[in-house]
Write a protein that binds this ligand. Structure first.
Ligand code: CTP
Length: 400
């Protein structure tokens, strides 16, 4: 299924290779891509490469009109075709041109003509990036609705380190994908918990829950796509932080509780989505030295119950007079609906998302899920098996 049309404008930075990495991410996510190249970009990578990898015409010469099957001239045709227009990488030169309305190459021509959502990923030397002229131009683009994917600190082509290294291909692809979703959560503060919490037994061993964190990360990513201010509090997982999401790493259940309380203290109005697989028990005592085998074939650890984090933060918010909307997950192996319904009441949830963790085609570790949303009034809505990002959208649009 094609998600949308993206025109990638490419300019002549050493980070030009990134445009091809972003293309690869966009293709995997179902986007159709066309390239527009400046003269100088063409000298770094041949247009043949961009054409072969997209199966689409490349706009690389302002004096030559492409036959695109419509009556428009090329830059207008590209401009109208795009759902999103993104400049990757963006040199200081193109930033300044676009901010001033100069249109004298394929990239700046499409930039000026298009009414599509716009994204720009700068890449340049630190002094150039921090130059007030470039910062002014970027601020102007932001004020005009451009989404700027800020560069990172890193190795620069001039053999120095500093700010100016182009953002990661995943972040740029996230920024582009985010343009396809409505701003339903604009102005809202969303905290998502994800992954497993883990409880140390000794310095080398710990007890944890089965969770890849993928559902929670998809929720954080989508909440940001939908315009929310997002904090992701996560246990140990091997996942990249989504673009624009503030990430806090924690280990134990009590660490997660502490991190959540801090977020509640900071904001007056918060939506908290508890997608984390929280360890219900912790060893009574964490040994400071590695426990040695006793040689009797047995190993015994006493466990105590951890707090119910959702119940605790509900109480905490109430004691501070803060508004808190809570959404829970119910991971069940049996009596799915009955167990999930009990949890809504006990934990003070607005609704609960129930999934059957026995199935191996969804849930743990999978990119897919199938869930039932159960509301306080007993209403139930089944979301058929789909990608976790789509499930996340379905959950979040119920919170606008
Ligand atoms: N949860 C929590 N604190 C805990 C355990 C779970 O806040 N100590 C949250 C989870 O993040 C989830 C919801 O409560 O959103 C339900 O979690 P689940 O593991 O299904 O249920 P439990 O409350 O642990 O109950 P049980 O183990 O008896 O099913």
């Amino acid at each position: 299924m094609v998600k949308g049309n993206v025109v990638l404008g490419v300019t002549a930075s050493i980070a030009i290779y990134k445009s091809l990495e972003v293309l690869s991410r966009l293709k995997k996510r179902g986007f159709n891509v066309r390239f527009a190249l400046t003269e100088e970009a063409k000298r770094l990578i041949s247009p043949v490469v961009f054409k072969a990898l997209t199966n689409n015409e490349v706009y690389d010469d302002v004096m030559e009109e492409l036959d695109l099957g419509d009556t428009n001239i090329t830059h207008v045709s590209f401009a109208n075709w795009a759902d999103v227009f993104a400049i990757v990488p963006a040199t200081a030169n193109i930033i300044s041109k676009v901010a001033c309305g100069i249109a004298d190459d394929p990239v700046s021509l499409v930039a000026l003509a298009t009414e599509a959502k716009k994204v720009i990923a700068p890449a340049m030397n630190s002094q150039m990036y921090l130059n007030p002229i470039i910062q002014d131009h970027l601020n102007k683009l932001k004020s005009l609705g451009w989404l700027v994917v800020e560069p990172e600190e890193g190795d620069l082509a001039c053999n120095t380190k500093g700010i100016g290294h182009i953002a990661s291909e995943n972040h740029i692809a996230d920024a582009i994908e985010s343009c396809m979703y409505p701003d339903l959560l604009k102005g809202k503060n969303v905290v998502v918990t994800a992954g497993p919490t883990s409880e140390s037994i000794d310095p080398v061993r710990y007890l944890t829950n089965r969770s890849s964190g993928k559902m929670g990360f998809a929720l954080a990513k989508m909440a940001r796509y939908m315009g929310a201010d997002v904090t992701l509090i996560t246990g140990k997982v091997c996942l990249d932080t989504p673009f624009g999401v503030n990430r806090i790493d924690v280990e134990s259940t009590n660490d997660m509780l502490t991190a959540l309380k801090k977020e509640i203290e900071k904001k007056d109005d918060l939506i908290v989505i508890m997608a984390a697989a929280i360890a219900d028990f912790r060893p009574e005592k964490m040994e400071s030295k590695k426990i040695k085998k006793e040689g009797n074939g047995k190993f015994t650890v006493n466990f105590v119950e951890n707090p119910d984090v959702t119940v605790e933060i509900g109480r905490f918010a109430k004691s501070l007079g803060k508004k808190l909307r809570l959404v829970g997950f119910a991971a069940e192996t049996h009596d799915l609906l009955e167990n999930a319904k009990k949890k809504i009441e006990k934990k003070g949830l607005e609704f609960i998302v129930a999934n059957d963790v026995k199935r191996d085609d969804i849930g743990f570790g999978s990119d897919f899920n199938e869930v039932i949303i159960i509301h306080r009034d007993g209403r139930m809505e089944r979301i058929e098996r789909s990608e976790k990002l789509k499930i996340a959208y379905e959950i979040l649009r119920r919170l606008n």
